[in-house]
Ligand binder design. Structure first.
Ligand SMILES: [Cu+2]
Length: 181
C-alpha cells in the first residue's frame, strides 16, 4: 500500500515500507522502567503502562505509540476501545502534557493514496462494539511534541468520551514502525 501523510511526506512513507517488513521491538518492560519513563513533569498520575484501563462501560487496551523518525513532526497513538454498553459513546478529544495538541485523525483513500484528516466529529464507539485505532487507520496524532518519542518512552494521554468522561492512559512507545504494543 502506498501511504502518504500530510505531515511527514514521502520520507515517512518510504521508511514505513522499509520498516514494515521485519523490525522487531521489545514487548516486555518492567513496571519500574515504565514508571521511570513517566518522568514528564506533568504532575498527572501515572497510569499502569500497558494495562487496560476502564471508563464507565469502556475498556481501553493495547495502547502504544511509535518512535518518531528524525525530523518527523508528529507521533501517533493507537489502542483498542471496547464498549460493553447498549449505548454508543464517542471519543471527542484527547490531550497530553507533552504535546501542544492531540488530534483525532481518520484515514481515507484518495485514489490509491491514503490520507489522514482530522475527524471533526470524533470517533464513534458503537453500542457493544469495538473500535481499534491503529497505524493503518484512525489514530491519535500528537503535534508540537516537547521531544521526539523514543522507544521505551511513555506518552501520557487523557481521552475524553461524550458519555464515559475522561480517562488517563499511558502509551508505551515501541520501535519505529511498531505494529502493536
Ligand atoms: Cu494522523
Amino acid at each position: 500500500m502506498h501511504m502518504k501523510t500530510l505531515f511527514a511526506g514521502p520520507a515517512l512513507a518510504a521508511a514505513a515500507l522499509v520498516l514494515g517488513s521485519g523490525l522487531s521491538f521489545v514487548t516486555i518492560a518492567a513496571a519500574e522502567d515504565a514508571m521511570a519513563g513517566m518522568n514528564m513533569s506533568s504532575g498527572a498520575p501515572a497510569a499502569n503502562v500497558g494495562a487496560p484501563v476502564t471508563a464507565g462501560d469502556l475498556k481501553i487496551s493495547g495502547a502504544f505509540s511509535r518512535a518518531m523518525l528524525p525530523g518527523q513532526p508528529t507521533g501517533g497513538g493507537y489502542f483498542t476501545i471496547t464498549n460493553s454498553s447498549p449505548q454508543a459513546d464517542r471519543l471527542v478529544s484527547a490531550s497530553s502534557p507533552i504535546a501542544g495538541a492531540v488530534t483525532l485523525h481518520s484515514m481515507t483513500m484518495d485514489g490509491k493514496v491514503m490520507q489522514m484528516r482530522p475527524a471533526p466529529d470524533g470517533i464513534e464507539i458503537p453500542a457493544g462494539g469495538t473500535v481499534t485505532l491503529d497505524p493503518n487507520g484512525r489514530h491519535l496524532m500528537f503535534e508540537k511534541v516537547t521531544a521526539p518519542f523514543k522507544a521505551g518512552d511513555t506518552v501520557p494521554v487523557t481521552l475524553t468520551f461524550a458519555k464515559a468522561g475522561m480517562v488517563q492512559l499511558a502509551l508505551k512507545v515501541g520501535a519505529i514502525g511498531a505494529k502493536g504494543p
